[in-house]
Design a protein around this ligand. Structure first.
Ligand code: GYE
Length: 327
């Protein structure tokens, strides 16, 4: 009886692997795509900016190059969509989950579900505020506080030795998102070195060009003297430039502009003198992410924090760099 049962079981297993070999994606053992490929579920924030578009392309291209099967879900800027996508990845028993959290808070429950299912999670680009850091394997991305500090330091240097108040308006990224929180903090802490530098208005533009423009219009209407605009990304800065020009002012001259990202459109405006300084934030996280996925899948334990290398650009540097810009 026992013997007959085990023979039957072998049959089931063989049938199972034959089906998997026929391209079935539903691998009930949870150990891959059925054709030996690692399956990665990735939940993206959305398509709010040039940075995000470049980031999505980098992840899709490098998954392909690495031979990793990518299940890609676009959350359209909504946390609830990301939670649904992660739950669906768990049900599908993907090998690894990666995601770029739209906001920092509210992830503990779903991360715990992934952990209980034995699926490792990699944070890409943005952090979560979970106290229990065992809920994710690593966080791969930029240091946004450092970016805010670099933006602030450039401004401090510009006004060194000068007197009189400098009125700054700030376009924040998505409320509650790690890059918005940290870029605001790094900048504010650094400009505190010069009491003349004052943030007179600060509001979210949700990282989009359209909202950057709308909010800048209201800033221009309500604030008689604006010397500086600090925008948490290029897209909002580019939207604001439209508003500044429509108000009859010269961006980069009448109002100094600092942004973050350094995507091609931002770098073009910088080289044309419409933006004064850009702090780079690289969206090309795909190759590093795929390396980490492979490492995790083969039982390795990557560093808990993997930082991206980045620089800054002046108008002159942008002219030199622009022809090489990939995104
Ligand atoms: O700076 C912005 C995007 O999370 C670093 O999100 C990313 C930010 C990036 O929408 O343009």
């Amino acid at each position: 009886m026992l013997k007959r049962l085990s023979v039957a079981m072998v049959g089931v297993v063989l049938l199972g692997s034959a089906l998997a070999g026929c391209g079935s994606k539903d691998d009930s053992t949870g150990s891959g795509s059925g054709d030996g490929k690692i399956v990665l579920g990735f939940s993206q924030v959305g398509a709010e900016s040039g940075w995000r578009t470049a980031n999505t392309k980098s992840i899709q291209d490098s998954a392909k190059a690495a031979g990793i099967e990518l299940k890609f879900a676009d959350a359209q800027g909504k946390q609830e969509n990301q939670i649904t996508a992660i739950r669906s990845f768990i049900t599908q028993k993907v090998d690894v989950i990666a995601f770029s959290p739209v906001v920092t808070s509210g992830w503990d429950a779903v991360l715990k579900e992934a952990k209980d299912a034995g699926i490792p999670v990699i944070l890409t680009d943005r952090a979560v505020d979970s106290q229990d850091t065992s809920l994710y394997v690593t966080f791969l991305g930029s240091d946004f506080i450092e970016e805010g500090k670099k933006a602030g330091q450039w401004l401090v240097d510009q006004y060194k030795g000068k007197t009189g108040p400098v009125s700054i308006v700030e376009l924040q990224g998505t409320t509650g998102a790690a890059p918005a929180i940290d870029r605001q903090k790094g900048f504010a802490d650094t400009i505190a070195a010069d009491p003349n530098l004052k943030i007179v208005k600060s509001q979210t533009g949700d990282f989009t060009r359209a909202q950057g423009k709308t909010v800048m219009e209201t800033f221009l209407q309500s604030t008689p003297k604006i010397d500086v605009l600090y925008a948490h990304n290029d897209d909002m800065g580019l939207g604001a430039i439209e508003a500044i020009e429509a108000a009859g002012k010269k961006p980069g001259t009448d109002i100094k502009i600092i942004t973050v990202d350094a995507v091609k459109d931002g770098m073009t405006a910088l080289s044309e003198g419409k933006i004064n300084y850009i702090v780079e934030c690289s969206p090309l996280l795909g190759p590093q992410l795929m390396d980490v996925v492979k490492q995790v899948k083969s039982g390795g334990s990557p560093e808990k924090r993997i930082l991206t290398k980045e620089t800054t650009f002046t108008q002159e540097q942008a002219k030199t760099e622009l022809p090489n810009r990939q995104y």
